[in-house]
Design a binder for this molecule. Structure first.
Ligand SMILES: [Cu+2]
Length: 155
């Protein structure tokens, strides 16, 4: 799913693909991206900053970090997760592993606890170096399992 993010580009790559057949819309999307930062390019390898992308499994959702411009240190985040039919995902076990792809290391896994139906909160992720961090989210609900990822830049 897509949320507003600091890159100024509000379209996810998935949404871009869905629109690819609509020529006018595609041109508009390209124009919007050309006006935005490099976080929203055609590189295709990197997700837009702050956008939670489903990688496997039936789940989808959004993530909000506790800062729009996170500094090195401990950070919290709230995830809003939905099941395969778009309803709030209740009673799931949600874990997050912060990882720095450029450095090949992460920081300790944290659990996110459900605070309201479909809302999962974590408070103490250690983002201890400046640079690009992936938040790798693992979700288990009954027999279903899913992985999602969001990318943030820490200053
Ligand atoms: Cu690092």
């Amino acid at each position: 799913m897509t949320i507003a993010n600091t890159s100024g580009c509000s379209t996810s790559r998935r949404a871009d693909r869905a629109r690819a057949g609509l020529r006018g819309a595609a041109i508009l999307a390209a124009l919007a991206c050309s006006l935005a930062s490099t976080a929203c390019g055609d590189d295709g390898d990197r997700t837009a900053l702050g956008v939670l992308e489903a990688q496997s499994g039936p789940f989808d959702g959004d993530i909000v970090l506790d800062s729009d411009s996170p500094a090195v240190g401990e950070h919290g985040a709230e995830l809003v997760l939905v099941d395969g039919t778009g309803n709030p995902l209740r009673g799931a076990a949600v874990e997050i592993v912060p990882f720095m792809p450029a450095h090949g290391h992460g920081s300790p896994k944290v659990e996110a606890t459900e605070t309201a139906p479909g809302h999962y909160l974590t408070e103490k992720m250690s983002l201890f170096m400046p640079g690009v961090w992936e938040l790798r989210v693992h979700v288990v609900e009954g027999e279903a399992e899913g992985r999602l990822v969001a990318t943030f830049e820490v200053r």
